[in-house]
Design a protein around this ligand. Structure first.
Ligand code: ADP
Length: 258
């Protein structure tokens, strides 16, 4: 009963200090918990392709199985997954530490958007979703890194296609005071209100079994969020299960006298 021995006038100060120590301890616990989760997620993500590869290699080395092209293709696919995971992780850790070089320049995003839509539209299959760009002919310049913005758009459009078995994907661009907004709107599988707050967390996947087959790593959106914030923008999501998702972000518009 420490506070019983304190002069009455010191008790509020003591309570304030003890409250702030408690909240510091709680936040350190949170950091430690997230670190443990990260290591456990990471081990899991690395183990899956390794287990598959080991299985195939053991079969091949036993000499009982014919080394078919399919087995080699599977091995290549899993190796690529490991490679992508390691690359994504490296990018993410650089972004989190603030070490990702960002080259901010005044850029017009319209040509980038047009070429991306063209590139993705070429890959779309007959039965898959459609993709279209809605963009005003004249765009204000934004202060951004062209390659990093492309990286974010590739991630968002790739996800929209991946999670929209059929329907329409629209990339909509509009201006607001000092901000240029870009939204990737899909009519795909959507997400539950419980999943939504976690989409920008690393390794988050709304439906693990399904998204694993899609070859994703669950890191793309975490990187995208960092990249947009490093450029002075912000990214948001809205989604309804079975209805579709909208990911939108803004980048700061270059001031007139820039
Ligand atoms: P992944 O490589 O797994 O796609 P992301 O970080 O890009 O990783 O996305 C994280 C998770 O968020 C996905 O696994 C998926 O569950 C969900 N998600 C992302 N984009 C969409 C979308 N357009 N529609 C539905 N779910 C999505």
């Amino acid at each position: 009963q420490l506070d019983a021995r304190l002069p009455a006038s010191d008790i509020p100060e003591f309570n304030r200090l003890s409250h702030s120590f408690n909240s510091m301890a709680a936040s350190l616990e949170g950091v430690e918990r997230r670190r443990r989760e990260l290591v456990s997620d990471l081990s899991h993500e690395l183990r899956t392709p390794l287990t598959i590869m080991r299985g195939y290699l053991e079969e091949l080395s036993s000499g009982e199985f014919e080394p078919t092209p399919e087995i080699y293709q599977r091995l290549v696919r899993e190796t690529k997954r490991l490679e992508r995971l390691v690359n994504d992780l490296q990018e993410l850790s650089k972004a989190e530490a603030g070490y990702l070089p960002i080259d901010l320049q005044p850029i017009n995003l319209r040509p980038l958007l047009e070429s991306l839509v063209e590139k993705f539209a070429d890959q779309l299959l007959e039965e898959g979703p459609t993709l279209r760009l809605e963009c005003p002919p004249q765009l204000s310049l934004v202060r951004a890194d062209l390659d990093r913005t492309e990286q974010v758009l590739v991630n968002l459009i790739g996800n929209a296609i991946r999670y929209t078995p059929e329907g329409a994907i629209v990339i909509r661009v509009w201006m607001e005071t000092n901000k240029l907004w870009i939204a990737v709107i899909d009519t795909g599988i959507g997400m539950t209100p419980e999943d939504l707050p976690h989409v920008f967390e690393r390794f988050f996947r709304a439906d693990r079994s399904r998204t694993r087959n899609s070859g994703g790593t669950g890191i793309g959106l975490a990187i995208s969020q960092r990249l947009i914030e490093l450029q002075g923008g912000q990214i948001e999501v809205e989604s309804q299960l079975g209805q579709g998702s909208t990911f939108r972000f803004f980048l700061p518009v270059v001031r007139e006298n820039y």
